[in-house]
Design a protein around this ligand. Structure first.
Ligand code: FE
Length: 212
C-alpha cells in the first residue's frame, strides 16, 4: 500500500512541472516542425523577439509620446483610453478595454495580472516572461516597492504606489512622466524614451541624455 502511495505522490509531482499545457503543446509542435525541417527555431525566436521588444511596445510608446505633446489627446486618454488608442489604429481583440493610468510626482502606477497574464498586447506586444511569473504576480501586490527596487527603480518613500490588477476585460497602460529637459523634442524622439517597462510601471521613461 505504501508503494502505491509513493507512486501517487510521484504522479502529483510530475504534473507540477514548469510548463503549462499550452506551453507543452507549443514545445511539442515546435519540435515536430523542426524535425521535419519545416521551421527554423532561430527564425521563430527572432520573430518573437521582434514582437516582444520592437513592434508591440513601439505602439504604446507612440501613445505616450502623443499624450506628452498633445494635452487634448492626454485628456481623451484619461477619459476613454480604448477610443483614444483606437484612433491611432492600435486596436485589440473585441471586448478589450483599455485604461490609461498617469504617473505624477506623487503617484507611481504599476500593472500586474494576479490571476494569469492579462496584458495590453495591442499596445505592448507580448508580455515579458517575468510578467507571467508567479513571483511577480504575487509580490507586485504584497510588496510593490520591493519589486520596483529589484527592477532598479528606487522611488522616494513619499511617492504613493498604486497597483492595478488587469483582467480579461480591462487592461492598463501606464503613462510615465515626461522626462525633464525634453522641451524641444519631437514626438518621434520622445517615443524613443518610452520603454516597455515604463508602460508597465516597473520602470520610468529614459532620460533626455539617452538620445545624445
Ligand atoms: Fe490575466
Amino acid at each position: 500500500m505504501s508503494e502505491h502511495h509513493h507512486d501517487h505522490h510521484d504522479h502529483d509531482h510530475h504534473h507540477d512541472n514548469h510548463f503549462t499545457d499550452m506551453e507543452a503543446r507549443v514545445k511539442a509542435l515546435e519540435t515536430v516542425l523542426t524535425e521535419k525541417g519545416l521551421i527554423d527555431p532561430a527564425a521563430i525566436d527572432a520573430i518573437v523577439e521582434t514582437y516582444e521588444t520592437k513592434i508591440g511596445p513601439r505602439n504604446g510608446a507612440r501613445v505616450v509620446a502623443k499624450a506628452w505633446v498633445d494635452p487634448d489627446f492626454a485628456e481623451w486618454l484619461k477619459r476613454d483610453a480604448t477610443e483614444a488608442i483606437a484612433s491611432l489604429s492600435y486596436t485589440g481583440r473585441q471586448g478589450e478595454h483599455m485604461r490609461a493610468v498617469f504617473n505624477t510626482p506623487d503617484t507611481h502606477n504599476l500593472v500586474v495580472c494576479t490571476l494569469c497574464s492579462c496584458y495590453p498586447w495591442s499596445v505592448l506586444g507580448l508580455p515579458p516572461v517575468w510578467y507571467k511569473a508567479p513571483p511577480y504576480r504575487s509580490r507586485a501586490v504584497i510588496d510593490p516597492r520591493g519589486v520596483l527596487s529589484e527592477f532598479g527603480l528606487a522611488l522616494p518613500e513619499t511617492t504613493r504606489i498604486r497597483v492595478w490588477d488587469s483582467t480579461a476585460e480591462l487592461r492598463y497602460l501606464v503613462i510615465p512622466e515626461r522626462p525633464a529637459g525634453t522641451d524641444g523634442f519631437s514626438e518621434e524622439e520622445l517615443a524613443e524614451l518610452v520603454t516597455r517597462d515604463s508602460m508597465i510601471g516597473t520602470g520610468i521613461a529614459l532620460s533626455a541624455e539617452a538620445l545624445r
